[in-house]
Ligand binder design. Sequence first.
Ligand code: HEC
Length: 105
Amino acid sequence: MKFGSVVVLVYLLSIQFASGQAVQQQRPPMAEDVFKNVQVLKGIPVDEFLDTMGFISAALTINCVECHTPDSENSWEKWADDTPLKQTTRKMMRMVTAINKDNFS
Ligand code: HEC
């Protein structure tokens, strides 16, 4: 291998390494960074947050807009509005978190 190719190889590896580091340092956007009214499900990435919404809807066999206001489907901001069912859901999420913390470390 000629000196020139070694230099190019080292250069390419260093780019590879630097970009690998950049990827590691970049964290995905968290739910509370993107949404306006997240009080309980903080510290999880947006896609996981929305998966959770999908999961609770499926588990309860209800539609998103039974917890959220019906106009959420037309306006992204309306998802942040609270409804009685949404507030009850938060209470239950807090309850389950507390039970898990107290009993299952
Ligand atoms: C059982 C009730 C329930 C169902 C069903 C539900 N959500 Fe939620 N959703 C909540 C609660 C509670 C919060 C607030 C969570 C928190 O404060 O940590 C929330 C928050 C959100 C937010 C964040 C809004 C903001 O700006 O703060 C979005 C977006 C959202 N839900 C979308 C959905 C979608 C899409 C579906 C259907 C797939 C869905 N939700 C189904 C209870 C529900």
